[in-house]
Write a protein that binds this ligand. Sequence first.
Ligand SMILES: Nc1ncnc2c1ncn2[C@@H]1O[C@H](COP(=O)(O)OP(=O)(O)OP(=O)(O)O)[C@@H](O)[C@H]1O
Length: 298
Amino acid sequence: MQSGIPIEITGLSKHFGQVVAVDDLTFTVHPGRVTGFLGPNGAGKTTTLRVLLGLVHPSAGTATFGGTPYAALPRPLETVGAALDANFHPGRTARDHLKVYATATGLSKARVPVVLEQVGMTEFADRRVGGYSLGMRQRLALAYTLLGDPGVFVLDEPINGLDPEGIKWIRGFLQNLAHEGRTVLVSSHLLSEVQQSVDEVIIISKGRLVKSGTLVSLELDAAPRTIADSPDREALSAALDEAGLEYTEGRNGFIVNEPDPGRVGHAAFLGGVELNTLHRLKSGLEESFLSLVGGGEQ
Ligand SMILES: Nc1ncnc2c1ncn2[C@@H]1O[C@H](COP(=O)(O)OP(=O)(O)OP(=O)(O)O)[C@@H](O)[C@H]1O
């Protein structure tokens, strides 16, 4: 196994004509952790990964593996395992796909049964890919990335479309790679999809970095709030105004900028207002994510 090396993105920009897909992006992905690369559809994740893998030229800045661009890596497939999509010839089996790829790239064919076992595909390896579920295709894509036993993994939306069992499996798989000291970068447009799998997050929106840090720090960023609702919303609104509480009106009631539901309840009590909903907003992490990426764009 190769050792993990950091992924370094520095001042990276990519324009497609008038479209600014990536805008002065700087971040580092460290070995030994699983890092989620997050942002709504169109945020620039795939473009960043394509530049990193030398598939697209940047308009400005650099994207390297410990200072070396992908194209200059002496043994790229043994340094970086990359999965940008999971499209395979439907008529070929998983084993054939991997053998052809190993032969074409000069990797040992002896790795094929090893990586099939690693992704739990030994049993299905001699079936045609055309009959595979999305989850099986995702596993085959991961098997490709493992062929060179690299120290860095760059995976575009590997969890997309997996069922709960598949998500549980991939969580363990990614964490194992990180525990072995490898660098693991996983993109997703849904925080909820990866939040059980990642230690760190890099969040982008409209091509720009909006947050990089631990998942825990993202949680701390999320100001806890309270949801309150009443059969008489007008009266509740007046009571909240009277108490000097800030709020916005949502579908399920008022979202009040106050972490303590007791204070909101007390404001309602003072205004003589009946409440039928009063609780703390549970999903602080998702809230924080949505506020960073401009809410509801996904
Ligand atoms: N080859 C291209 N030519 C023109 N515009 C492009 C090209 N590739 C990407 N874009 C544009 O760049 C922006 C970023 O796209 P990108 O695919 O990187 O985002 P993303 O975060 O990966 O989104 P998704 O999750 O939908 O793949 C989008 O506005 C997209 O339309």
